[in-house]
Design a protein around this ligand. Structure first.
Ligand SMILES: [Zn+2]
Ligand SMILES: [Zn+2]
Ligand SMILES: [Zn+2]
Length: 177
């Protein structure tokens, strides 16, 4: 999607996020129409809450934001829509934070990626790689283990947070805290 990010899973700080958002909405329209479903205004509104950034957001924060925008919806309705967006691969669930984040990448297989979570800025990036699945295929062969659920989430610091901490100016907390 955003070609400028192809060599680096993390979005560049100050990048044109409007482009990410528009690309994601376009993708959603295509995915919905392929499934013969409609991206209704409510579905789009919920999706857009997650698309405001590259961070993860919890279901109750989504409901809070919607309420502040004058739209009160029942948690069950929100969860149903989140499940749908999740099934369609438009958003992913972050188990570590019990929250959702938007998928800005193109990856057919929902399992071939590792979620990288920056604890400095909250950004989540996806490392999309076929090698990921090969590791699990080998495990299945060698250990005779049948996979049912895969959670690949790694917490750390993105390049720009790491560099700004090295500079020591905008430090929020010491790196080795
Ligand atoms: Zn962006
Ligand atoms: Zn993704
Ligand atoms: Zn960061």
């Amino acid at each position: 999607m955003c070609n400028k990010r192809s060599n680096n899973a993390f979005p560049t700080p100050g990048h044109n996020h409007k482009q990410c958002l528009n690309d994601a909405i376009d993708k959603a329209r295509k995915v919905f129409s392929l499934r013969k479903l409609r991206l209704t205004p409510l579905r789009e509104q919920i999706y857009r809450q997650i698309l405001t950034s590259h961070d993860a957001i919890g279901a109750y924060d989504i409901l809070d934001r919607m309420r502040r925008q004058g739209r009160e919806i029942a948690p069950i309705t929100a969860y149903r829509i989140l499940d749908l967006l999740h099934d369609m691969g438009l958003i992913h669930r972050l188990e570590l934070q019990n929250a959702y984040y938007a998928c800005y990448r193109d990856h057919e297989d929902d399992k071939n990626f590792i979620a990288l979570i920056c604890r400095g800025c909250g950004t989540i990036a996806e490392l999309v790689d076929r090698k990921v699945s090969r590791v699990f295929e080998a495990l299945e062969k060698e250990a005779g283990f049948t996979e049912e659920k895969r959670v690949l989430e790694v917490q750390g610091l993105c390049r720009s947070c790491r560099d700004s901490r090295k500079g020591g100016n905008s430090e929020k907390e010491p790196l080795n805290a």
